[in-house]
Design a binder for this molecule. Sequence first.
Ligand SMILES: Nc1ncnc2c1ncn2[C@@H]1O[C@H](COP(=O)(O)OP(=O)(O)OP(=O)(O)O)[C@@H](O)[C@H]1O
Ligand SMILES: [Mg+2]
Length: 600
Amino acid sequence: MRPKKKEPDELKDLAAESGAVASGDEGSAKVKQRGVWKRFFHTMKVAHLPYGWLALFVVLTILEGFIIVKLPQINGNFFAGDVSPKSIAMFIGIELFSTVITTGMLFVNHTIRYRTNRNLRNVLWGKILKLKPSYFDKVTANTLISRITDDSDAINEFVMDIVIEGATQIYYLAITIAAMSAVSIKAGLMLLAFTPVSVLIAFISGRLSLKFENSAKFSMANMTEYLSELISCLPLLKAFNMQAYEARRGKKVSDDYFKANAKLTALDFGKNIVGTLFGILPEIVIILIGIKMLKESTVDAAGWYAFYLYAGTFIGFVGTLGGIWTRSKSIQGKLSKVSDILYEENEELGEYVEGIIADGDVMFDKVTFAYEEEPVLKDASFTIPGKQVTAIIGYSGFGKTTSAKLLERIYEPDEGRILMGGKDIKDCGIAQWREGIAYVMQDTPLLSGTIRDNLLYGLRREVTEEEINEAVKLVNLDKFIAESPEGLDREVGQFGESLSGGQRQKIAIASAILTGSPILILDEPTASLDIISTSEIVNTVKSLKGKRTVFMITHDREAVKAADHVIVAEEDRTFVEGDNNKVSLLSGFYNMLMKGGEAA
Ligand SMILES: Nc1ncnc2c1ncn2[C@@H]1O[C@H](COP(=O)(O)OP(=O)(O)OP(=O)(O)O)[C@@H](O)[C@H]1O
Ligand SMILES: [Mg+2]
């Protein structure tokens, strides 16, 4: 179910919010150059971190530090033979306290992560909805989904795994060194000599992990991309008998993923062996130091045991710190991807002023537009007379749909202007401008939900049941709905796939009619319809004459004949226009179409 009615206030908010790039924004190109910390602070600000929980985590970290210092001392006394009730009570007490703190830290850590993730996901989705439509030409749907589902971890990983974890490890390291030095400064210094080796091992293994993890992620992305495309095209591949071929392709992407993961597992195994071997070395040194200290009586059994525990903790912290550096590299990658979206320019919706501006003729005045290098429209000039029906015909790929998108302001002309009643439509806010237009696209997908949901989607006025029934009748869909047990409440399925192409088209047209918008853009409205339904739609369009400005892209002879005004996109990419009589004298394409030749 989706919202049925958008209030004007909501449109005002939408328009007001659209000006900014992201909250606290500056020009996108400038900010894109910025380093990881700028990106981090910006993303952190936008994602609204749960500061209360973070503060609690810091408190627990400090308490954990207290345990790190105290536990080896208390345990040392206990294991050195002090079994007095006080010592036993201290031993049990600190173990219990440690468990409570560790569990608490785990809970708070997870809470911070889930909350931060949720916040950033919501911000990202909100931002994606505000981006310029042209942005979606460069980025695939899967990429955007992965930004929201996977990469939204970036900020919490940066905060928890780099900033907090780094600071915590440095803090623990410092207090462990201090505690070790309290037992024996000399022994502590000897242990410090191992630090560069441990850091180096962690650094090298971290770099290798990063490389292998990236390769595993890449093959995972490939596999997802492949599956999502193929699963939505299953009937197509069956129609071409391509099961065996696709089974091989699918096996290849799956095998690639398997190989990348196998490498990662082998690396983990290797890391474990090297880690254990290098872990034994300092341990032997610690034991030798301990024996020497015990012999010289510079330390008692309790002190020696505490030192042994501190040393183990110390080695662990050093290793973790080395790993944080490489981990930060992988998180930086995610963070850049997320912040790139946040810095992307919004679609400027302009100010929303109530009252629809859609009076008079629409004029394309020397409009030039290119998606990439080659212009699709070059100096295109034509008129769409107000409150009349205009049909635009012409060769495939010659810019008819593009003209409709320019009129809807999904794209803006590179050069030239589009005028409405003599005024440049650029001077009107986009949100307000789009209010005046109902656009039925060439390949109309429906949204999941019911027929009624789709008819009322985005409608900004109350409609009565009679109006809905009338619109449904106008597009010749009333019989189909009456025959369905659920009627208007019949589910249409994902993208409307449980309906026929023609039924989807009729629902889209009925929905456009219901909006009452003064401008109606219909891109190939009869393309999927039978002769009877086509006639019904043409009659409906005819009935709008004098009431609405209709811009209809079509290759249907009956629809062209019904139009007051015809525009032809000619082979030399110029436009010829006039009523049917005039155009028949000027355009070879028109005559070819009307005589039943191959139109496009
Ligand atoms: N998003 C896009 N990015 C890049 N090129 C595009 C994009 N959309 C359309 N084009 C190209 O622009 C040209 C005009 O496309 P347009 O959809 O306007 O053609 P059309 O006249 O509506 O054709 P048809 O009759 O086949 O629907 C085509 O060459 C097309 O490949
Ligand atoms: Mg088209």
